[in-house]
Design a binder for this molecule. Structure first.
Ligand code: SAM
Length: 274
């Protein structure tokens, strides 16, 4: 029988640390890779405008969503762990009109720990950033920070993919091929594939993204991405026991209600009154 969870066996913290950083070390590739992902920008932009003045994004990356919010006239603070993504965000801010750049405040740090003095009307954490919280203790620390940053009538919104049993059962030794493409950073044509290794005990899946330049196959490189899998009932319990009340659930950025077929969930939460 196929052994699973081998990646998290001997050195779990190294695997998790690499799986948290590596995918975000090439901001150009990140931007090119996700350029067609636009529905979430509109969704969060509308919420930021409706909720008013003070917005906080956890895991803002290189500003894919925070920058359009600033362009729309809303002040936004972004927290991120990745030096590379924040450097790219700052470079983008230099190319925007000063009145837009002035609306953005960036803070490098871990979302489980950063404590800002400000309170925010709207706090959000998008595009599976939440899946970088690998243990329930990580989630507790993070939600404590979220509650601390919410203004009295503020809202916290988070979207994430939910576990798909058939996908978690994939053979970790099998490489799932995708079409080759021209890598924006190296300029080379690359073969691309992914391996998926899910550990049912930790509920962490490590995706190895394998890039192989067509003209230099030996220069192959692998980028790991670690994602905790949260089952909806587990997640709702974590919200509940950490002082958050779910006010809305959507299954996508068109605000469809969630259903048995949902592959993503979007939760809107408020802090429970003491
Ligand atoms: C999928 S990206 C999302 C970036 C951006 N929000 C977007 O939608 O393009 C996840 C981001 O979360 C950041 N991140 C991961 N773990 C983090 C942590 N513990 N604290 C702060 N940021 C973290 C990564 O560096 C990365 O920029």
């Amino acid at each position: 029988m196929q052994k699973r969870g081998r990646r998290l066996g001997p050195t779990p913290s190294e695997a998790l640390s690499a799986g948290t950083r590596s995918h975000y070390e090439d901001a150009r590739h990140y931007t090119a890779n996700y350029r067609d992902r636009v529905d979430d920008i509109d969704y969060y932009l509308k919420l930021a405008q409706a909720r008013g003045g003070r917005v906080l994004e956890y895991g803002c990356g290189n500003g894919r969503i925070a920058l359009p919010i600033a362009h729309a006239g809303v002040k936004v603070t972004g927290i991120d762990l990745s030096v590379t993504m924040l450097r790219d965000f700052r470079a983008r801010l230099k190319k925007t009109p000063p009145e837009v750049a002035e609306r953005v405040t960036l803070k490098r740090g871990d979302m489980r720990r950063v404590a800002l003095e400000n309170r925010f009307d709207f706090v959000f954490c998008t595009f599976n950033t939440f899946l970088h919280l690998y243990t329930w203790q990580d989630v507790e620390r993070f939600l404590t920070r979220v509650r601390g940053h919410l203004a009295p009538r503020g809202r916290f919104v988070v979207d994430l993919s939910i576990p798909m049993p058939a996908e978690l059962a994939r053979d970790p030794n099998r490489l799932f091929r995708a079409p080759r493409f021209r890598h924006v950073t190296t300029g080379e044509l690359v073969r691309y594939g992914e391996r998926f290794d899910y550990d049912p005990l930790t509920q962490v899946e490590i995706v190895d993204m394998v890039f192989e330049p067509v003209s230099r196959p030996r220069a192959k490189w692998v980028t790991p991405l670690a994602h905790r899998q949260f089952y909806p009932q587990e997640l709702e319990a974590l919200f509940h026991y950490n002082g958050l009340v779910v006010t809305k659930r959507h299954s996508d950025f068109k605000a469809e209600p969630h259903s048995r077929d949902s592959e993503t969930l979007i939760y809107h939460c408020k802090a429970r009154r003491r």
